[in-house]
Design a protein around this ligand. Structure first.
Ligand code: ARG
Length: 293
């Protein structure tokens, strides 16, 4: 497998300055901001190290003062087959990130790292990979809606990438992005927190994921954002999880790599949110790659 590539943003201006999800408490942050700023930087560097140790390459988007959530690059776009579909944010607090991510992807395009940068139709909200999780086994996008992104975003995703999309309705404000509650694993397992979904959405997951491939995350682990994990081969990089979940993963041959991210949990984000995978290929790309290899 080629080295995985991620887009990240140093937490130089990360803070909890406003509240757009129930994790965020600006007053609590302000009380401890001097220590939290340093912790966030150390936690982020450790995450980056954990990924590079697994062979990952990291591209950086410059941090911008006044845009504390820019660090959550998962929300910047959906990327597949070297095509970029830029995000549109729900909240004014994050809309200022859009031109910066746009510029960052155009720079990646100029360097030949991606082929095209596209926009969503007017008025449609989609907060990037945070609500659009690629499933490499089933060759589809699991899409979250009902909290941040619009259900209608599935159509432009289908049109842009030519892939199936499965829209899943999110019901719990703590799990406001799909990536806080669902994670796809290398060998086809899907780790998910049932508490985040409507019964209908759970039905759609169960229809497509065999019982042996389902790894359920209980609410305690979900509240550690254990499902917000980055899967690289057999390793699942995450802020932390219970021994029970660690055991369930080990039984299936996966290693939980804990790299604690408590400062980012204060913003409602963890490992997956802080990264954006840039090198995903749909079926055709993989077939060509393996034919060449
Ligand atoms: N404070 C950020 C927000 O509420 C956190 C985003 C986390 N990103 C994610 N992909 N879940 O938008």
């Amino acid at each position: 497998m080629a080295n995985p590539r991620f887009l990240m943003c140093r937490p130089e201006h990360f803070a909890v300055d406003y509240a757009i999800n129930p994790w965020m408490d600006p007053a609590g942050w302000a009380r401890e901001s001097t220590t939290l700023v340093g912790s966030a930087r150390r936690e982020w560097s450790a995450l980056r190290r954990a990924l590079t140790r697994l062979g990952a390459k990291v591209d950086l988007v410059p941090a911008v003062a006044g845009l504390p959530d820019l660090v959550f690059t998962a929300n910047s776009a959906v990327v597949l087959d070297r095509k970029v579909l830029l995000a549109r944010f729900r909240h004014g607090e994050r809309r200022g990130e859009e031109p910066h991510f746009d510029a960052a992807f155009r720079a990646l395009q100029a360097r030949g790292s991606v082929d095209s940068v596209e926009r969503l139709p007017d008025g449609i909200v989609l907060e990037g990979a945070g609500d659009c999780v690629w499933d490499d086994t089933r060759r589809l996008f699991w899409m979250g809606y009902g909290q941040r992104s619009d259900r209608a975003a599935s159509e432009p995703v289908r049109d842009t990438f030519g892939t199936e999309t499965v829209p899943l309705e999110l019901v719990d404000p703590r799990f406001y992005h799909l990536d806080t509650a669902l994670c796809t694993l290398t060998r086809g397992e899907v780790m998910f927190a049932p508490a985040a979904f409507t019964p209908q959405a759970l039905g759609m997951i169960e229809e497509r994921v065999a019982p042996s491939e389902r790894i359920e995350v209980d609410t305690e682990d979900a509240c550690r954002l254990a499902a917000n994990a980055v899967c690289v081969g057999d390793s699942l990089v995450m802020s932390g999880c219970s021994d029970r979940l660690k055991g369930a993963l080990a039984e299936r041959g996966y290693r939980a790599v804990a790299t604690p991210l408590p400062s980012f949990l204060r913003s409602g984000g963890a490992a997956f949110c802080l990264t954006l995978r840039l090198d995903r290929r749909s079926g055709a790309g993989t077939a060509v790659a393996s034919a060449v290899a």
